[in-house]
Design a protein around this ligand. Structure first.
Ligand SMILES: Cc1cc2nc3c(=O)[nH]c(=O)nc-3n(C[C@H](O)[C@H](O)[C@H](O)COP(=O)(O)O)c2cc1C
Length: 200
């Protein structure tokens, strides 16, 4: 009886904890605008409409385009020696999450609206989603990491051009603030931030 109650209590705790993660949907791997049109339309935009959210399907497709797996152990982007030293964190108004591409989930790292730490509030506070590219210096060198981080950024630019979304790569933010907000280790480094959303 006692063991049963403990099991139920543990199950409830586990459900509560995992309830804060976000299950993504299977990404749509077909369709979209033709590549040459998308290249012609790629551009930076900063005028986000804070009243329009991305659907879970759009968020799932965006993340897969950025950094999902398209083959066993390989992703939509290249990386030097396939070290995959970039991680993508996702900042929403509800918290900051780690994109677990294999599990197709967003794993909650920190709860609450932390978008202030991204700086440029006229951009960051209006964008419903900001991707944060973090490199792991124990997997690859810093220079290589900075190069490899550019690929998902461009994938997101192209996905946004295809899906009618706006985005901009952003390097001007206070790195220590973002580092601390994400509770990163000394072996991790924030490279770029990329807000995404519908435009006004
Ligand atoms: C590494 C990098 C850092 C950037 N940092 C910022 C930034 O902090 N703020 C911003 O508004 N735009 C930023 N941009 C966007 C550039 O200003 C933009 O790409 C450039 O003006 C060319 O415009 P386009 O992307 O529309 O072609 C950055 C772009 C890159 C590639």
């Amino acid at each position: 009886m006692k063991k049963g109650l403990i099991a139920i209590a543990l199950f409830c705790i586990a459900s509560y904890v995992s309830a804060q993660d976000i299950n993504l949907l299977s990404p749509t791997k077909t369709g979209g605008k033709p590549l040459m049109e998308v290249l012609n339309e790629r551009q930076s935009n900063r005028n986000f409409d804070s009243s329009k959210q991305l659907s879970t399907q759009t968020l799932s497709d965006l993340l897969w385009a950025a950094y999902g797996f398209n083959r066993p152990e390989k992703r939509t982007v290249p990386s030097s020696q396939n070290r995959q030293e970039v991680d993508v964190y996702v900042m929403l108004s509800t918290g900051v999450y780690f994109y677990d591409a294999k599990a197709n989930k967003l794993i909650l790292k920190e709860k609450g609206d932390l978008r202030d730490v991204l700086g440029q509030p006229e951009i960051s506070k209006n964008a419903p989603v900001s991707l944060i590219y973090v490199i792991n210096l124990d997997k690859n060198g810093r220079e290589t990491g900075y190069m490899d981080a550019g690929f998902p950024v461009q994938n997101v630019y192209l996905y946004c051009a295809s899906a009618g979304l706006g985005t901009v790569a952003r390097g001007s933010f206070k790195r220590p603030d973002v580092h601390n907000a994400l509770k990163l280790t000394e072996k991790q480094e924030v490279v770029l931030v990329q807000p995404v959303g519908y435009l006004k």
